[in-house]
Design a binder for this molecule. Structure first.
Ligand code: GLN
Length: 531
């Protein structure tokens, strides 16, 4: 029988609930249990795919092509399991499903209501995650903060699940803020107390409280929370601010957070295998070298918009004992005559990430040109690959008007064009080329040397593609097509052989990077940037 852990948040958002959920999941997995993860996002968008990166940060893409919340990236990086469409549920998804059923007549004349119809749909999503994953434990994080109007139906559904499944099969973790008040120089537990009162008002008594604070709580404060919130003192887990998020599971382990959960579930507390993770922390805490990598993008004010890329860079850095300092460069600022030499003075590698729309494109093209001409290691991801192709076409193949159809609908030289199957699509949401596609690598290329095999699968999220009409002329001028999707003959990877390291991929390798196993493309990028 599957057991369910629910992670809620109190007082403020941005407490790191996702990291808390991931850390608990990692610990439970380390004790030999199969763990699956899920996030509820109480907004009305069906998925975050149509939201601005400035609103929402990165859209994480799962292997099955679901566009999801960036917390799923943390989940995959911590538990190293592939998640899927059952892992990110929004109010939009729930309501769409219920309204569709209502129109079909499935409710047989009933008045369709939040309770029980919406709550039943939510409960089914929790159970579906358990059934399809065959996990021993499903961890569900609920986005937002307790008390939000938006999340009410979700919390009610969880209360019902506890009622149906019982205490020995459900566990509630409530994460709260314990602020430090300067002047009186003390931590305050009142917001936590009030947040738990709010949660109890919704019928849920937390089984564990994770307190986010700059320093650990002393005995006196823990006793106070235990008394007011009716939980054993040992069930209050300190989550102090850390520089390195990968440290957090170890901090929870020391406080026996996972043991407490397993005991309530009547599951054996098997020996935890954290050898690999402890080795990781040993590495991350003792990095010997440093290197600057420039990330030239259009959403650079919000680093969360590129969180998987930043993590993937870090992971590759770990392998080479190197701390990666990202120089976040707003591509729009490169457009009017900047001194590129000065901007890239300390840069050892340039990365151009994914993105949509015309703003800032010419600045990215300049950065790609600078990398190509100055032999600076370059990694172009999705839009970054498209930009590198446009730059090469314009400045090497003399196709002066080269562009992507995305930025110029009347473009005469669309080296990047709309995919055939995209031409008649009207809806924006969920209609990109999404998720895993095969890619066949050409032997002897940089890409082949990185992956060390001929056939790979990588995750996609784009509407435009390399236009095969220009393949010959670009190849004649020295561009190497090192990866293609055989079924559709789509170009997946391009590279330049007479360069220290110049590679672009149409897919998003960052989604598959893990802290203990960096991605081959990031591996070689950092390796060559260090040389
Ligand atoms: N805007 C480009 C496209 O749709 C690239 C997308 C991306 O970088 N994810 O093809």
């Amino acid at each position: 029988m599957t057991k369910y852990v629910f992670v809620t948040g109190g007082v403020v958002s941005g407490l790191g609930k996702g990291i808390t959920a991931s850390s608990l999941a990692l610990l439970l997995k380390s004790r030999g249990y199969k763990v699956f993860m899920q996030k509820f996002d109480p907004y009305i968008n069906v998925d975050p795919g149509t939201m601005s990166p400035f609103q929402h940060g990165e859209v994480f893409v799962t292997a099955d092509g679901s566009e999801t919340d960036l917390d799923l990236g943390h989940y995959e990086r911590f538990i190293d399991e592939e998640l899927n469409y059952t892992s990110n549920i929004t109010t939009g998804k729930i309501y769409s499903a219920v309204i569709e059923k209502e129109r079909r007549g499935d409710y047989l004349g009933a008045t369709v209501q939040i309770v029980p119809h919406i709550t039943n749909e939510i409960k089914n999503k929790v159970y579906e995650a358990g059934i399809t994953s065959k996990a021993d434990i499903v961890i569900t994080e609920i986005g937002g903060t307790i008390g939000d109007i938006e999340s009410g139906a979700f919390i009610e559904a969880l209360r019902q699940i506890q009622n149906e499944k019982g205490k020995e099969n459900t566990f509630f973790v409530h994460t709260t803020l314990v602020p430090f008040i300067y002047g009186s120089d003390e931590l305050k537990t009142k917001p936590t107390q009030h947040s738990v009162i709010e949660l109890r008002g919704l019928g849920i008594q937390p089984d564990m409280i994770v307190t986010r604070s700059p320093i650990a709580l002393d005995n006196h404060l823990k006793n106070k929370i235990a008394l007011y919130c009716s939980i054993p003192k040992e069930h209050i887990i300190d989550s102090i601010d850390v520089k390195n998020i990968y440290q957090i599971p170890i901090n929870y382990y020391k406080q026996k957070a996972d043991e407490i959960i397993l005991k309530q579930f009547n599951l054996d507390v098997k020996k935890a295998n954290l050898t690999e993770w402890k080795k990781l922390i040993e590495t991350t805490d003792n990095l010997k070298k440093e290197i600057e990598i420039a990330l030239v993008g259009k959403y650079t004010e919000l680093h969360d918009a590129y969180i998987s890329i930043a993590e993937a860079l870090k992971h590759a850095g770990y392998k080479y004992n190197t701390k990666i300092n990202i120089n976040w460069i707003d591509s729009e600022k490169l457009e009017d005559n900047p001194d590129l030499k000065k901007i890239f003075k300390n840069t050892k590698g340039i990365i151009i990430p994914g993105g949509f729309g015309q703003r800032g494109i010419e600045g990215m093209i300049k950065a790609a040109k600078y990398a190509r001409e100055n032999n600076i290691p370059f990694l172009g991801i999705c839009l970054g690959m498209q930009v590198a192709v446009i730059e090469f076409a314009r400045n090497v193949c003399n196709l002066k008007e080269a562009n992507s159809r995305e930025f110029s609908s009347l473009c005469k030289t669309p080296v990047i064009d709309l995919m055939a199957e995209q031409k008649n699509i009207i809806n924006m949401g969920g209609t990109l080329r999404l998720g895993n596609y095969d890619c066949h690598l050409k032997k002897g290329t940089l890409a082949y040397n990185d992956y060390k095999c001929e056939d790979i699968k990588e995750r996609h999220r784009h509407r435009y593609e390399f236009n095969n009409e220009y393949r010959k002329i670009l190849e004649k001028n020295g561009l190497v097509i090192s990866g293609i999707n055989k079924a559709s003959d789509l170009v997946e990877i391009i590279e330049l052989p007479n360069h220290k390291h110049f590679i672009g991929c149409q897919f998003h390798p960052e989604f598959k990077s893990r802290p203990t196993r960096c991605h081959p493309l990031f591996d070689s990028f950092i390796k060559n940037s260090l040389n």
